[in-house]
Ligand binder design. Sequence first.
Ligand SMILES: C[S@@+](CC[C@H](N)C(=O)[O-])C[C@H]1O[C@@H](n2cnc3c(N)ncnc32)[C@H](O)[C@@H]1O
Length: 260
Amino acid sequence: MPVTGTGCDPPSTPVPFGAAGRANSEVEWDGFDPQSYVRKNYAALRPDDRQLLCGIRDFFAAAGLDEARCVDVGSGANLYPVLSLLPFARSIDLCDLSRSNLAWLRRQITGYDPIWDPYWRVCAELPAYAAVTDPRARLAQAGRALEISVFDLPRRMWDAGTMFFVACSISDDPVEAERATSRFLGALRPGSPFGAAFMLGSGGYRVGQRWFPAGRLERADVAASIAAGGYELAFRELRPVPPLRDEHLTMLLVTGRSRG
Ligand SMILES: C[S@@+](CC[C@H](N)C(=O)[O-])C[C@H]1O[C@@H](n2cnc3c(N)ncnc32)[C@H](O)[C@@H]1O
């Protein structure tokens, strides 16, 4: 996951755009710079992202999925949640509302950049992934970028899903984080396997010259909203390695199945 935390950077930098107290609808998401975000967070595979990727890889490989309709919510400029779904997907919808991120996603779906090859090599340590001999072609065939807000997702549409560093990082309001988690789980059919990652303790993050809000979530907040919409839950919390600037930040991966 994200170098400086999935984009969920610490709030140690002064907020440059008067960002305090912003709701999701008040943020200029089209100003999100995907190149900057990737450079900062994913250009080199970090040990913490490797751990998160192994977590969802192992989970989806054991989930009994085949020819599934998959969704990744708030894909932004991160492909590894999508790669973890690839062998099991008939289709993958990569959802975001930022036009800059959607343009980036459409280019990556056509033929993703070499920086994602190390992430795929981690996946391909398992036979189910190694059997996909051309992951670029598979993503080009199965992937589709969709302009949609997490708050407008249709109900019970997909068979499996991922949502990485979204609920924690789209507004200052913890109520919106809870709603985002609930909408994500509600978009999956009952019993669908999912993986979701959260940056805990973040008060915002910088992408290029812009500052984006985060809801300063705690583990108990996430556990409550996930338990309302999921079961067979497993929680893995880890400290970023190398540490982010704010030593208090941790990453939380939750896997489970949706109640639908
Ligand atoms: C911190 S980034 C996370 C990106 C990526 N999933 C990752 O793991 O690094 C937050 C993402 O949420 C997207 N976003 C913000 N508000 C959203 C909304 N209402 N619905 C869907 N996506 C949203 C942003 O455009 C951005 O791509």
